[in-house]
Design a binder for this molecule. Structure first.
Ligand code: PLP
Length: 519
């Protein structure tokens, strides 16, 4: 494809994209193809000779679109949203054109510097404590990761090494450990346990699996709104220590996946400060107490912190100044295309000490800017080496919308959630709200039909409602299970969703629920 052909093809692509968004509501939300549909449509081998753009272009609508589930559809109420916006799409075009494996400053100074600047902007917008700024007092800062799963894994690696450094005298990064040290390290590592809750996203368990450390999910309770509380954490810590285990990492969540619960950050902070067994460990070993690293997973709901009233309500800022890392996916609820997971740490050296393997090869001292701040070497803050120019789309989105429009979008979609929950509560003959509305998410199930109705019968009714509504293809919901109760999640945070769409979704739910009961 030469320049002229690209210019023409890009024009048709732009038209397609605009038409796609303008007419999105007329498509079914969920793809209805069967597994393997594409294999029957495409040849088994790549073409020997290049094909004209016109042929390739035709196949987008004919072969690809049928297999697309539309995450920006106004009737997409499943999972959490996956954002997109025109400014973000434009930035991705530039990023593709400027393609490079920009792992350090000289590989493209703008890539590193823009990332530092926009992540500082975002930290300020979200009201994060100053220690998470690149110029903050503790040498903290943010880095863009591909996903919240990658972020929790990265934080857990750093936490593991920090804990080992604090609680042993073993030179853990040495390639020539004595047999004695190697054995002591193996024993120590076998006792270390990463903590989360039964409501934490599965990425925490996966990170522990990858790192080969123990994992414990602390059960959360309906009476606590499925959030982690101080007494529950204190009991879990005591239980670990009674078994000779050493907790070194905890995932606290702002907006759990099932119900958007918010863990009690102040309670967590207090439980860790008052943890008597950790102090005991310190006096017994004569080595400094190993801190439990707290990672705040705010993958979805963290976006709502752009609103000052949410910062206030969650009470995160105070405890976060004592925690260690925080992650939010701008690609969920902040209009930036997938992928833009923004991971912040209170001290960048925690990441560098765990992840740097390049010093011998590249052997450079950190670069310092005119103000004396060292320039991040982002390859040391992440698992891969190479990195795309992802900060560009954050920059385009923040500049195109401005903070006010982002706040308005978050508030508007949360209000839609409140309205929806109000309508559901207004039909106690049909539905029961189990949690929410919380951050534009309501979790509900079918109402009890008769006294003494069994859990199985009620779950069966909820399942019938859920499956029939989804089978219409007109809207998409996801389900969850809370203490054995099957429940339906309805989220109203997609950019294109308006009140009329939520109202229509509610109407469909009422009709189908009535039909299910009648039968
Ligand atoms: N954490 C929470 C609370 C989530 O809801 C999700 C996904 O929805 C994740 C983590 C994982 O996100 P990612 O797909 O970016 O790994």
């Amino acid at each position: 494809m030469d320049s002229q052909e690209f210019r023409a093809a890009a024009a048709t692509t732009t038209d397609d994209i605009v038409n796609y968004f303008d007419n999105l509501g007329s498509r079914d939300v969920v793809s209805s193809v069967r597994p393997g549909y594409l294999r029957t449509l495409l040849p088994g081998e790549a073409p020997q000779e290049g094909e004209p753009w016109e042929d390739i272009h035709k196949d987008i609508e004919a072969k690809i679109m049928p297999g697309i589930t539309h995450w920006s559809h106004p009737n997409f109420h499943a999972f959490f949203p996956c954002a997109t916006s025109y400014p973000s799409i434009l930035a991705d075009l530039y990023s593709s054109a400027l393609s490079g494996a920009c792992f350090n400053w000289i590989c493209s100074p703008a890539v590193t510097e823009l990332e530092t600047i926009v992540l500082d902007w975002l930290a300020k917008m979200l009201g994060l404590p100053a220690c998470y700024l690149s110029t903050g007092p503790t040498r903290g800062g943010g880095v863009i990761q591909g996903s919240a799963s990658e972020a929790v894994l990265t934080a857990m690696v750093a936490a593991r090494d920090k804990y080992l450094r604090e609680t042993t005298k073993i030179p853990i990064r040495s390639s020539e450990l004595s047999d004695e040290d190697a054995e002591a390290l193996a024993i120590k590592r076998s006792r270390m346990v990463a903590l989360a809750t039964t409501a934490t996203h599965s990425s925490a368990r996966k990170a522990a699996l990858i790192l080969g450390v123990r994992f414990k999910a602390i059960p959360v309770r309906a009476e606590d709104g499925y959030a982690l509380t101080k007494p529950v954490l204190a009991a879990a810590l005591a239980e670990c220590r009674a078994k000779g285990l050493e907790p070194f990492f905890l995932v606290a969540t702002l907006g759990t996946t099932d119900t958007c619960a918010v863990d009690d950050f102040a309670g967590i902070s207090a439980a860790l400060e008052e943890d008597p067994d950790a102090a005991l460990a310190e006096s017994e070993s004569g080595i400094a107490k190993g801190e439990i690293w707290v990672h705040v997973d705010a993958a979805y709901a963290g976006a709502a912190l752009v609103c000052p009233e949410v910062q206030e309500a969650t009470g995160l800022a105070g405890p976060l100044a004592r925690f260690h890392s925080f992650d939010v996916n701008m690609h969920k609820w902040l209009l930036v295309n997938f992928d833009a997971s923004c991971l912040y740490v209170r001290d960048r050296d925690w990441l560098v000490q765990a992840l740097s393997v390049n010093q011998a090869v590249y052997g450079k001292k950190p670069l310092v800017d005119a103000d004396g701040n060292d320039v991040p070497d982002y390859r040391e803050w992440q698992i891969p080496l190479g990195r795309r120019f992802r900060s560009l789309k954050i920059w385009f989105v923040l500049r195109s919308y401005g903070v006010r429009a982002l706040q308005a979008y978050i508030r508007r979609t949360m209000r839609l959630g409140e309205e929806f929950a109000g309508w559901v509560k207004g039909r106690p003959d049909l539905f029961e709200v189990l949690t929410g509305p919380s951050f534009a998410l309501t979790v509900f199930r079918m109402a009890e039909r008769s006294q003494g109705q069994s859990l199985e019968e009620r779950n069966a009714l909820t399942k019938a409602l859920y499956e029939r509504v989804n089978a219409t293809g007109k809207l998409w919901l996801t389900s969850t299970e809370l203490d054995g109760k099957l429940a339906i999640r309805l989220m109203t945070a997609v950019r294109t969703t308006e009140r009329a769409h939520v109202k229509a979704a509610f109407k469909t739910l009422v009709e189908v629920a009535t039909e299910v009961i009648r039968e």
